[in-house]
Design a protein around this ligand. Structure first.
Ligand code: FE
Length: 193
């Protein structure tokens, strides 16, 4: 990892630190967080190779950094060809920015509000940023739009997301069930600053 490459990520963390310290309304936080994430994903030279490794047994979620006060975390999601998530929620605000490839996002209503059917589907091309939160829409399923190559997105959440108890939707039983995602790596890329 060259100093310049890690500088991009540290500059992003500086912006996020200042943003969560101000604790603005969620709409402003998402606006300013998205702007910072767009700058970060405009360059594809900083993500360490070990946090970009696809696996054949499912998508990977590598922890890049977790705020010591758990106000936010940053992860890389790596999707192999054909891989995708179940329908799930987050319970906190989140930003998804595509670094490599292309993703497909299927949006769902909150369980109980309406039948659990996809209400909107959109593509997320390289450089695009998507938002989630319980306030603006928190249920979706995300998949790799590419059949022949991995895709990678950088996610920012308003918690240490791998340790948050949230839900997946089971279409077979039409029930939600709790899940804690954890992380694919044993230790974050950046452990301390
Ligand atoms: Fe998600």
């Amino acid at each position: 990892m060259s100093a310049e490459r890690s500088d991009r990520f540290f500059q992003f963390l500086d912006v996020m630190d200042a943003l969560v310290a101000r604790d603005p309304h969620e709409a402003m936080l998402l606006d300013e967080g998205e702007a910072a994430l767009r700058v970060l994903i405009a360059y594809d030279d900083w993500l360490p190779a070990e946090c970009a490794v696809p696996r054949t047994d499912g998508y990977q979620q590598y922890l890049l950094y977790a705020d010591p006060q758990q106000r936010y975390s940053v992860t890389s999601f790596v999707w192999g060809p054909g891989q995708g998530t179940p329908i799930h929620n987050h319970t906190v605000w989140g930003l998804v920015g595509v670094l490599r490839g292309e993703e497909r996002c299927a949006e769902y209503p909150s369980p109980g509000d309406a039948p659990m059917q996809c209400v909107h589907q959109h593509a997320l091309v390289r450089g695009a940023v998507d938002r989630v939160s319980p306030r603006i829409g928190d249920w979706h399923a995300v998949s790799n739009a590419l059949a022949d190559a991995p895709s990678i997105s950088i996610h920012v959440y308003g918690a240490d997301i791998g340790r948050v108890t949230r839900s997946v939707w089971d279409p077979a039983t039409q029930q939600r069930r709790p899940f804690v995602s954890g992380y694919s790596n044993a230790a974050p890329w950046i452990a301390t600053r």
